[in-house]
Design a protein around this ligand. Structure first.
Ligand SMILES: C[S@@+](CC[C@H](N)C(=O)[O-])C[C@H]1O[C@@H](n2cnc3c(N)ncnc32)[C@H](O)[C@@H]1O
Length: 200
């Protein structure tokens, strides 16, 4: 944990509007919400040193794993926001981000919990505010119910996928894909992975 301390971005609300100052860089800035142990975002940060990345993970026993990766890989372009984000607009100013990644988000299978899903329409509206025009929301999941729900929510807010597949690993985007921990687990069982991307 100590080695990871420089990568920790506590008090996330205080960085609203000034996240780029943490990186001392005007590089494009990307957020992943629900990073888990961080394999995806650490891989992306390593592959793209010209960009900056924020890994948001609320699990207090989980986010230290991302810090460990950041330290081990010396990822100066990655910070970890150790909180559950409910209203993204509390943490980010309008147009502050270039893109958001949502990977294997919790499905919240009961209908009455639909509003908690990270792709619920009010969240999509919030993402659209904090991402600059021309930026994107990228979403992948093994969960067909959540994927179908997300397509409906996108339609409800007037957004249309510019990338769409129900089998990411067999698609034209397979080569650039970086696997998450959950993705590896589910694809090993033979489950195909849903993927979409929306330009805002
Ligand atoms: C199913 S896991 C997927 C982890 C990782 N993305 C992967 O694909 O391996 C979902 C993660 O999202 C985190 N999470 C859920 N809602 C969140 C929120 N609102 N803000 C931050 N993290 C969240 C959970 O703590 C959990 O670690």
């Amino acid at each position: 944990m100590e080695a990871g301390a420089p990568y920790l971005a506590e008090d996330g609300r205080e960085h609203k509007g000034s996240w780029k100052e943490l990186f001392a860089s005007e590089a494009p800035l990307y957020l992943e919400i629900g990073s888990g142990k961080g394999r995806f975002i650490a891989g992306l940060a390593e592959k793209h040193p010209e960009c900056s990345f924020i890994a948001c993970e609320g699990g207090y026993h989980i986010y230290p794993r991302i810090l460990q990766k950041a330290a081990a890989q010396e990822l100066s372009n990655l910070r970890v926001l150790p909180e559950y984000i409910y209203d993204p607009c509390d943490f980010f100013e309008d147009g502050e981000l270039d893109g958001i990644y949502l990977n294997f988000s919790d499905p919240w299978p009961k209908d009455k919990h639909g509003g908690r899903r990270l792709t619920y329409r009010a969240k999509l509206e919030a993402y659209r505010r904090i991402i600059k025009k021309g930026g994107f929301i990228a979403f992948k999941t093994d969960n067909d119910m959540l994927f179908d729900f997300t397509l409906g929510e996108l339609e409800a807010v007037g957004m249309e996928p510019e990338r769409f597949t129900r089998d990411l690993h067999a698609s034209e985007w397979a080569e650039e894909n970086i696997m998450t921990e959950y993705e590896e687990k589910f694809s090993q069982t033979g489950k195909s992975i849903n993927y979409l991307r929306v330009i805002v």
